[in-house]
Design a protein around this ligand. Sequence first.
Ligand SMILES: [Zn+2]
Length: 160
Amino acid sequence: MGRQPLFRRVDFLPQVTYFKPAGVPLVHLQEVRLSIEEAEAIRLKDIEGLEQDECAQRMRVSRPTFTRILQLARQKLADALLNGKAIRIEGGNYELAVRRFRCGNGHEWELPFEVMIDQPPALCPTCNTEEIMALWPWRPGGGRSGGGRRHRGRHNWQTE
Ligand SMILES: [Zn+2]
C-alpha cells in the first residue's frame, strides 16, 4: 500500500476492444490484454506519428516511462499477431483528458485531467450533493468538449 496509482492521461478510448484471430478454436485461444494507456501509447506514436517526447508529454509521463509503455504495447501486439492470440483492450491506470460529471439533481460539469488527478470531485459544485457520477465519454468525433452532445451509457465512478 501507500503507493499511489499513477494515472496516465488518455485522449481516446478505442471503440472496438476485442480482436480474435480467425480459425482458432476457442479452447485453444489465448488472450493478450492491452491496457488503455498502452493502446494510447501506440496511437500517439504509431498512428499520430508524434515524437516520443511529445507522446510522453501528452500522457503526462516521463520519457522513459513512455518508452516502457510503448515497448510493452508493441510486444503484446506482436505476440498476438504472430502467435495467433486474441487481443483485449481494457483496464489500466488512466484518466481521460476531460471528464464530465453529473449530479443527482441534473447539474453537469467538466473537469480536466490535471484537476481530476489532483482532486477528484466529491460534491456537485452547484448544489453540493454528494450524489455524483462520471458520464462515460462521448466518442469519437475528435474533439475535446466542444460538441458535448449526447452521452451514451454511464459509468459509476467512485472517489475511492
Ligand atoms: Zn448539483
